[in-house]
Design a protein around this ligand. Structure first.
Ligand code: OGA
Ligand code: NI
Length: 281
């Protein structure tokens, strides 16, 4: 975690023109500038006051699997710009997946499923798993004016493993339906993962596990975090689990393929890539 934070700082300290060379591509890999993402359009004036960097599962261009929307080669800062950077990120990506699988086994048991339910090939055997470095520049948020580090949202997949530095900022709302909503800070714990439940888990479990509504408020201090988003295979049909429905408790969501669902969620929250054409040389 310490190494990833150190290398994340090295990257975000680069001049903007250097970072724009590794701008996010259509496979959701690479750099996302400040305001690229708008998570809560109903309550936000602009996009999020954060910049980020997406690193997915590395699949070489000539592998047939690279045709899938969330598979393909990553984009990396040019050799020599940030020595050791790629190795640090790949190591974290690898190890975080094992942590996620361990958490998924606990979730499986809690849902009365076989312990290895999420280990199957169509589940986390061939996952879509994305490491995202985040940097909040120190803008002060003002909810009444619609200014947020990250607008209120829940993540899309099974779970997210989140590591934060020691600057307060992350808030969760435990009761999404309460009016008005009550927001609580989540205190950072050194060396720990914060586990946010995602919307696919809410769909699988028929709302037994509700996804975690969360947001980030800036307090004027610079802040770094590391998110690791965990989703099943592209083809996985996310549908109400047999242990989570009954005659009295029918499924609340229709089945949906993981890649279809994710593509829509990314499209809804990220700027169209054509807005960046003016930056290209
Ligand atoms: C996210 C997120 C929280 C944080 O990237 O989805 O909620 O603390 N990040 O940066
Ligand atoms: Ni989130």
């Amino acid at each position: 975690m310490d190494e990833v934070f150190a290398q994340s700082k090295n990257f975000f300290h680069l001049p903007l023109n250097e970072k724009m060379k590794v701008l996010r591509n259509e496979k959701h890999r690479g750099y996302t500038p400040v305001l690229d993402e708008l998570l809560d359009p109903d309550n936000q004036l602009h996009g999020d006051y954060k910049e980020g960097y997406y690193i997915g599962v590395e699949v070489p261009e000539d592998d047939p699997e690279a045709e899938k929307p969330f598979y393909g080669p990553n984009v990396w800062p040019a050799d020599g710009v940030l020595p050791g950077w790629r190795q640090t990120m790949e190591k974290f990506h690898h190890e975080a997946l094992e942590v996620a699988k361990a958490v998924a086994r606990v979730i499986a048991l809690a849902l009365d499923l076989e312990v290895d339910f999420f280990d199957k090939p169509e589940m986390l055997g061939k996952p879509i798993a994305t490491l995202r470095l985040l940097h909040y520049e120190g803008q002060i948020s003002d909810p009444s004016k619609g200014i947020f580090g990250a607008g209120a949202h829940s993540d899309y997949g099974l779970i997210t493993l989140l590591v934060t530095d020691d600057v307060m900022g992350l808030q969760i709302c435990k009761d999404k339906d309460a009016k008005p909503q009550v927001w609580e800070y989540v205190a950072p714990i050194k060396g720990a993962f914060i586990v946010n439940l995602g919307d696919m888990l809410e769909r699988w479990s028929n709302c037994l596990f509700k996804s975690t509504l969360h947001r980030v408020l800036g307090n004027g201090q610079e802040r770094y975090s590391i998110a690791y988003f965990v989703e099943p295979s592209h083809e996985c049909l996310v549908e109400c689990l047999p242990t989570c429905k009954s005659e009295k408790n029918p499924p609340q969501f229709p089945p949906i393929r993981c890649d279809t669902y994710l593509s829509q969620r990314y499209k809804d929250t990220h700027a169209d890539l054509s807005v960046y054409n003016k930056h290209q040389t």
